[in-house]
Design a protein around this ligand. Structure first.
Ligand code: SAM
Length: 200
């Protein structure tokens, strides 16, 4: 990953969402992107130019655009029409983003469009986040990684965030994934945890 001093940047053309530029690279703000916050916490997987990534919950492509700056191909999945319009524009300007309008709970529907990937990144803020990750782990190569962004309040507002966090770890582990990092994203994102797993 590229750091200029203590600032995370990505090496691509700017002007995607009025992001700042520094030393000719795009500033990747940890307050605007949970994945950036995870890099600031020192816990994320390094992105490399040969990586293929399945990104669930692409929204308008803000974080996707930074991921694409570092990797070979990003399959970017989003099911809401409005952010999809913005995502299509981001993909039009970058050759390595494959936008897919589909529901992440239905992997069979987009399986014909997605190759085996090195990294599965999930940021969908849904009650069944852990199960969605498990279902989509079929796309992960052996030795590949999952990064799950867990919005604890989306899972169950009646439960304490720590309880939701531990329940999620249990679901992932029961599915055969090996948890290698887990961290809260404070002070950048409240009630959000990141869980990094490896598929053995
Ligand atoms: N990852 C984005 C970023 O960093 O720029 C932000 C993602 S936002 C928190 C969550 C997104 O997931 C929303 O755009 C929402 O429409 C999408 N989403 C939620 N459930 C989904 C599902 N089942 N399938 C596909 N997309 C979903």
């Amino acid at each position: 990953m590229n750091w200029i001093g203590e600032v995370l940047v990505s090496p691509g053309d700017g002007g995607v969402y009025n992001e700042r530029m520094l030393g000719g690279q795009r500033v990747w703000d940890p307050f605007r992107s949970k994945l950036s916050a995870l890099y600031y916490a020192g816990k994320a997987i390094e992105l490399t130019p040969d990586m293929r990534i399945l990104y669930l919950g692409a929204a308008n492509g803000t974080t996707v655009s930074h991921v694409a700056d570092y990797s070979e191909t990003v399959y970017a999945l989003e099911f809401a029409p409005r952010p999809m319009q913005d995502l299509l524009e981001v993909a039009r300007r970058r050759g390595n983003i494959v936008p897919i309008m589909a529901d992440a709970t239905q992997p069979d529907q987009y399986a014909p469009l997605v190759e085996a990937v090195d990294l599965l990144y999930q940021d969908v803020a849904q009650p069944d986040q852990a199960l969605i990750a498990v279902r989509n782990s079929v796309f992960l190569k052996r030795g590949g990684h999952l990064i799950l962004m867990l919005k604890t309040r989306s899972v169950d507002v009646r439960k304490e965030p720590a309880e939701v966090f531990h329940d999620t770890l249990d679901v992932l582990t029961a599915a055969g994934l090996v948890v290698i990092e887990s961290v809260w994203l404070e002070p950048y994102h409240h009630d959000h945890a990141a869980i990094v797993c490896r598929k053995p």
